[in-house]
Each structure stands twice: as C-alpha cells, then as structure tokens.
Design a protein around this ligand. Sequence first.
Ligand SMILES: [Mg+2]
Length: 373
Amino acid sequence: MQRYLFIDRDGTLIVEPPDTQQIDSCERLRLLPRTLSVLRWAQQVGGYRLVMITNQDGLGSESFPEERFWMIQRLLMDIFSSEGITWYGIHIDRSREESPSFYRKPSPLLLLPYMESGIDKAHSFVIGDRYTDMRLAQRLGLSGIWITNPIHPQEHLPFAHIVKGWEEVQAILKRSVFSIQLHRETKETSVHLSLSLYGEGRVTVHTGIGFFDHMLTLLAFHAGWDLVLKAEGDLHVDVHHTVEDVAITLGQALYRLLKDKRGIHRYGQAASSLRWLPMDEALSVVAIDMSGRGLLTWRLPLAESLGGIAPSLWKHFFETLAREGAFTLHIQGYGEDAHHLIEAAFKGVGRALREALHRSEEANAVPSTKGAL
Ligand SMILES: [Mg+2]
C-alpha cells in the first residue's frame, strides 16, 4: 500500500501575492516557510509519493502566456531537486473557473489512476489552501490538510485539519505515519489498540484491572504516545492472560511501527536523561536499546502483589513487551513502597522509550554500524 500527498501549488507550496493572486515573475517567487524540509522528510522518512495538482486559470492564453508560467515552474522544480525532492506526478489544469474542464479541481478524475493502484487511504492526504482542495480530498475519500491563507475564506470541515503552515503539516503526517491499529483475539482475551508514537499523551486504557490501567496510562503518557487500549479478558480465571496479551499486542504494535528503525535514536536511558526516576522514596533506573533482540534484565525488589498482579507477572509483562517489541530492556531500582516502586518503573520505561524512539527531522539512517537492527 502506497502513501500519497496530493499537493496544491499556489498558496500551498509558494506564496500567493495578495495583489495579483498570481506569481508572475521569478523575483516574486517565495516558498512557504519549511516547505522544503517537510517535503523532504515526508518523502524520505514518511515514505510518501508527492503529487502536485494545480489549477492554472487560462494558462496558454494571452493574459497568461506559457513562457511566464514555465519560467517560474522550472525554477521551482530546480529548487526542489536541489533539495533531493522528486515529484511522482504533476498535473496542471488550464481551464477557467467559469468554464471548468472535467479534470479541474475539485474534480477527482485526474487522480483516479492513483486511487485505483493500491493507495493507502488512511495515511494519504490532500494539502491545499482553498475550499476546492478540501472538496477534492472529500471526493477522494481522503483527509485534507488546509493551510491557512488570508486571501481565501476558511470554514470548519469534518474531514480537514486546519493548520497555519508546514510545521503543523509535519506534525499531522508524523502522527499518521507512526500510528497503528491492532486487534488480537484469542479464546482468553480480546485486545484492541490504537497507538500513535508521536502524540500528545492522550491516553485511554480499559483492561478491567484498575491498577494495570493506571500503570499503562503512565507509561504511554511519559512515552509521549496517543494510546487507546481496550482489553477484555478472562478475569474470572485470573489476571494473567489479560496482562500477558496486552504486553504481546503492545509489543507487536511497536515492532510493526519501527520496521527497520530508520531515523530513531535507538538508545533510551531514563537514568541519563533524568538522572534517576524517583517516586518518593522509590527510584528506578531504566535503559533501553532498540536492538532487535528482545530481552529483559530485571532487578526490582517487588515483594507483594499490586492490583492482583503478582511480582512475577509484572516481570513477565515487561519480558513479553521487550520480546515482542524486539528491544533490550533493563529495569532496576529500590524502594520500600511497592506501589511507588512499580510506578517508578513504568514511568521510567515510558521516558526511556520516548528517548529511544526520538527522531530528528533530518536523520534517516539506521543507527547501527551494521546498517540493520
Ligand atoms: Mg492554492
């Protein structure tokens, strides 16, 4: 499944002059801030194909000669290619609003070949600065990203994100690219999750085990994830299957989202970034390596059950999470109160994961001398 960004040109990639609403000379060519860096990121890290779709009213007529358009378009293409940005398709409609062609936006006809060739609709977007761009998104069954342009009126649409510029576009794309929905069903449990790695800490967890919900919420919040997790398990037997299957599902979600681990930090150390993770008298030290090798080292002196979950099952949770997520996880700590101790561990794992999964906007290398993790 291929992800696409269908992108308008004037007012979206380049600034539309308020006086003429037409870029009529190379001297007036200006790109919107961050356009280049976000497009490069979308292509190289996000795996998007970029497609330009633009209405150029009356192109080729006396009032809008070919030469004037192509002089600017060629310069624009040179700028993109100098930054390593390539366009998978460029579609220009020359008709006028009062006598539109069959293909003029918001007609989706030009883009139908893309829609019929294995497009990943959930992660593809139309990006533009006009209502017609958003209507195109709607007709294609995609989400729109509407960049504010003072020249054109804006209204709230349920299928469109309204943003001020490309920085916010990148945040939306990042949330979308690194998000996953998983459903795991066995005779013992049913687990649904929706996870976005670079979210805002919006977390809803229902497993039927209140204390476990609390711990998972802390982990996800401190990791910076958006997480919705619902589990229904055979709690009439005991808590084991539910705890284990939540760990399996969460670990598998991480594994699938990280694929070749391109662009991530790799190492996360709650101990070095925060020095320690204290919870009153308790303290945890957590270190993570997204190594591709799932294992747990556990030195946490838990001596009693919490929320009906025995010390061995807490260990089993992290062991399973690390194995399914294919990362190396070290957890150690001390403390007198068991609640404080396990809470420090969950928060520490969240913080360490946040650090290990951090992506710089530019880096796209695999963080290993082997070239693979
Ligand atoms: Mg436009």
